[in-house]
Design a protein around this ligand. Structure first.
Ligand code: ATP
Ligand code: MG
Length: 392
């Protein structure tokens, strides 16, 4: 029996003329993820991609696991390839799904006939095959409303396919189809989730992280790199920029009023991020901010940080509760790393009483007391880059 994987598109089926671009990107992303598992033929037709293993001993469980994390896919399933012949379809259904049908009590047959030249219509396929399965498996009864097993027959272009349940895909759009954006990645819980959420909308992610040695340690940086590596499961390859931020933070501490430390620091982070974004062709910045979470995440504070931004700042967590963010971080397996207790540069010189409602004019005045431009330039020049690839 020949088994393949059927991949059903998500939202991209709604795309008009440029659907092909989305399809090509999805195929490319699937190919990269499966490279280390063997050789596969990928073909696309009728809003479906067919993944056909070309080696004998492919681990299809692992294929499903990996493809389940690729954005742009609404559903996927393992399916048995049949001739477009009702006899063959019946034989394969009995053999391929025999084990689960033997265990079940209720089932129904669902038929989809996209090849209208096939001589039997869908209701006929359901009735005939249903009858045969009832005879073969006396333990079964039909339940059209809430069956344990749905035996699906799809009659398509070149073949027919038999499978049981669809598995839910990762949804969203293929990574790379919405351009690139730069994620401000800290070691916390929120920013990895923010990166995941924008990748889901088809955005190719680069990441930027600010370090302040000796106030922050090598171990803290390693933690962020681990998060970056974990994100590649969903985001594909990520260029990771590491910015030396110590001198800037010390200059803020020495020259600006304490209550404004955090806001000014965030404005300078944004300045640097934009310079890197420009070099790396990123069209927006992404942060893990959520309204009201901390003093620097009030709308007044966001006004002050956004005032230095010339490109959009995307904040996909902005309206989410911490518990909702944590739920996603567990799902994408970043939570356990995020809660490791290492310091972040943001927590180095935190003011005792940060301004909750800072006024932009006051912040600008406070920041103007010192010329940060040469230090910004130096930080950008000292920034290092390494690429994290999907590594499995
Ligand atoms: P997170 O859980 O993502 O760290 P947070 O709730 O701790 O967020 P802040 O520390 O105020 O919030 O940071 C807000 C956002 O600023 C983060 O979500 C992240 O996008 C960015 N950020 C903070 N620290 C850094 C850093 N050292 N390097 C890069 N980005 C950072
Ligand atoms: Mg943080």
């Amino acid at each position: 029996m020949k088994e393949i994987i059927l991949v059903k598109y998500g939202e991209m089926v709604l795309k008009g003329l440029n659907k092909r671009t989305f399809e090509d990107m999805l195929t490319k992303n699937i190919r990269r993820r499966l490279k280390s598992l063997g050789h596969f033929q990928l073909t696309s037709a009728q809003s479906t991609t067919y993944i056909t293993p070309l080696n004998e001993d492919v681990d299809l469980e692992e294929v499903v696991e990996r493809v389940g994390k690729i954005f742009g896919i609404a559903a996927l399933c393992r399916a048995c390839v049949c001739e477009k012949d009702f006899g063959d379809i019946t034989e394969k259904a009995v053999e391929y799904l025999g084990d689960i049908l033997e265990m079940a009590k209720t089932f129904k047959v669902n038929a989809k006939r996209s090849d209208k030249a096939f001589p039997m219509k869908s209701p006929e396929i359901c009735a005939e095959l249903g009858g045969i399965l009832l005879e073969k498996f006396p333990n079964l009864t039909v339940d059209v409303n809430n069956p344990e097993i749905t035996v699906t027959v799809e009659v398509r272009d070149t073949n027919a396919y038999v499978h049981a349940e669809n598995i839910k895909g990762a949804g969203g759009l293929p990574v790379g189809t919405s351009g690139k954006a730069l994620l401000l990645l800290s070691g916390g819980i929120d920013s990895p989730v923010a990166g995941y959420m924008m990748a889901k909308r088809g955005v190719h992610i680069s990441a930027i992280h600010y370090v302040s040695p000796p106030y922050t340690s090598d171990r803290a940086l390693l933690k962020v790199e681990t998060l970056c590596q974990k994100l590649t499961d969903y985001c594909g390859s990520i260029a990771f920029f590491c910015v030396p931020f110590t001198e800037i933070q010390e200059a803020i501490k020495d020259n600006c009023p304490e209550e404004y430390f955090t806001i000014i620091m965030r404005r300078l982070m944004m300045e640097i991020a934009q310079k890197i974004a420009e070099k790396d062709n990123c069209l927006a910045l992404i942060t893990g901010e959520s309204v009201g979470q901390v003093a620097s995440q009030t709308m007044a504070a966001m006004t002050c940080t956004d005032a230095v931004c010339r490109i959009p700042v995307l904040r996909p967590c902005v309206g989410m509760d911490k518990t909702e963010i944590i739920e996603i971080s567990r799902k994408i397996d970043t939570f356990e790393t995020s809660i490791e207790p290492y310091e972040d540069c943001c927590t180095v010189f935190t003011p005792r009483h940060p301004k909750v409602k800072p006024k932009l004019a006051e912040i600008e005045k406070a920041q103007a007391r010192f010329d940060f431009e040469p230090l910004i330039q130096k930080a950008v020049e000292g920034t290092t880059m390494k690429v994290f690839e999907y590594s499995k």
